[in-house]
Design a protein around this ligand. Structure first.
Ligand SMILES: [Mn+2]
Length: 430
């Protein structure tokens, strides 16, 4: 399918999922100010991109339950284009992106109330953009006031519907995710090979970002976490500005974006190339849980199975190396493992690194189906406050791979980065 037809087909599917006489309204991203006169690089809203392929800010998509779709976007402006670059304008956008109509975004307050008046339901992604939510409320009020003798328009959240569509990746998406994972994996492997004592977290960050770009990805899919030593126990550490000391591990959680699709990999390795006994013991506990969780991700299983399995595996492992006491049942019942494992096993991945897709709908857990993509990323973090022998303290280890659910199991899309301690030590010696 050509790109144009992919987006048209997705809009047709949205139309099918709406009740009759309804409309879906979605906003693009805006250009976001960084500080005076400077902006962050533009990144299109993932849901908007998923249904349009259109890469401009200040745009709005309307999909009608009868299948028609309408775009509002910036009017073409040759003077502005000299500063900000090419813009499609409504006429060319309609033609090139397969919309039934397109209008100047400046006319939206005039056109929209007329367009939605008399409809049963207006579907939107409520709560994602409060400014846009306020606009929707105003448009609905205007439309309702035009139809005094008819029912009011219901505003409904379409998040679970669109999220459920995005859960099942099509062929094009899988090939883009595969490429994103391939670039991230090759990059991780290259940096692991070059890392050595004397380098700082910042040095490693530079190398990861460089490898992403050299291998074809312009952007990271999130701010990388490069955490030496005990800083690995801070889950969202992004300062990345400290020296990594000889004998310390470094935890690197870094992924890239390719064709708008994310990858997400974590590896933890000794900066001097050699795991200590304690580091290896904890590492192998995490690896065992990682492998067990991957095997639990199969067609028909609830999507929280890897979570449960990882808790069980980690608890047993931590008990075996003496970090947790008591029976396995007690550790699980009282959730004692949370002292060391205080985040979830993983998340859906796609256009967003934490893909905007549900884990349960109508109180029912989502069951794994072929062509879903999830990360598996157990971790063990021994903080200073833990009631354990000092030799364990400051060890923080996470292992993360991205897996594609297949008809008969899973495929590890990030398998090119070594994961066993011996393989890592071998690679770092080369
Ligand atoms: Mn992740």
């Amino acid at each position: 399918m050509s790109d144009l037809n992919i987006y048209k087909a997705r809009r047709a599917e949205v139309a099918k999922r709406m009740e009759d006489n309804s409309i879906l309204i979605l906003s693009s991203s805006k250009l976001v100010s960084r500080n005076n006169d400077t902006t962050f690089p533009f990144r299109q809203d993932s849901n908007f991109f998923y249904l349009t392929g259109f890469q401009e800010p200040d745009s709005v998509l309307i999909v009608h339950s009868d299948g028609r779709s309408i775009l509002f976007c910036r009017e073409k402006n040759p003077d502005l284009e000299k500063w900000d670059g090419f813009m499609w304008g409504p006429a060319a956008a309609q033609e090139n992106f397969g919309f039934d109509e397109a209008h100047d975004i400046n006319l939206i307050d005039e056109i929209l109330p007329n367009l939605i008046r008399g409809h049963k339901t207006l579907n939107a992604l409520i709560g994602k953009n409060l400014n846009f939510d306020a606009k929707i409320t105003n448009w609905i009020n205007s439309a309702n006031s035009m139809e005094r003798h008819q029912g009011n328009i219901d505003l409904k959240n379409f998040s679970n519907q669109l999220g459920s569509m995005r859960l099942l990746k099509d062929e094009t998406e899988i090939s883009l995710i595969r490429k994103s994972c391939e670039i991230a994996a090759v990059s991780h492997k290259a940096v692991m090979q070059k890392a050595k004592v004397g380098m700082s977290e910042y040095d490693l960050e530079t190398m990861y970002m460089n490898e992403f770009k050299v291998n074809g990805s312009r952007e990271a899919s999130y701010t990388p976490i490069i955490a030496g030593g005990a800083r690995a126990c801070i889950l969202h550490y992004i300062d990345n500005d400290q020296q990594i000391e000889d004998g310390e591990l470094v935890l690197v959680d870094a992924g890239c974006e390719y064709g708008m699709y994310a990858s997400d990999i974590t590896r933890t390795y000794p900066i001097n190339g050699q795991f200590t006994g304690e580091q290896k013991a904890v590492y192998d506990v995490v690896l065992e849980a990682h492998n067990a969780a991957c095997h639990a991700a199969k067609v028909g299983n609830p999507c929280t199975d890897p979570q449960r399995i990882s808790e069980k595996s980690l608890s047993q492992g931590l008990k075996d190396i003496g970090l947790l006491d008591g029976s396995l049942d007690e550790i699980l019942d009282k959730k004692l493992f949370r002292e060391f494992y205080y985040h979830k096993i993983g998340h859906w991945m796609g256009l967003d690194v934490h893909d905007d897709c549900p884990y349960a709908v109508d109180g029912k857990e989502i069951l794994f189906q072929e062509n879903m993509v999830m990360t598996i990323e157990p971790g063990v973090y021994v903080n200073d406050t833990a009631n354990v022998d000092d030799r364990w303290k400051g060890i923080g280890i996470r292992i993360e791979n991205d897996i594609l659910i297949t008809s008969d199991g899973y495929e590890n899309l990030t398998a090119k980065v070594p994961v066993e301690t011996e393989e890592i030590e071998q690679l770092m010696r080369e």
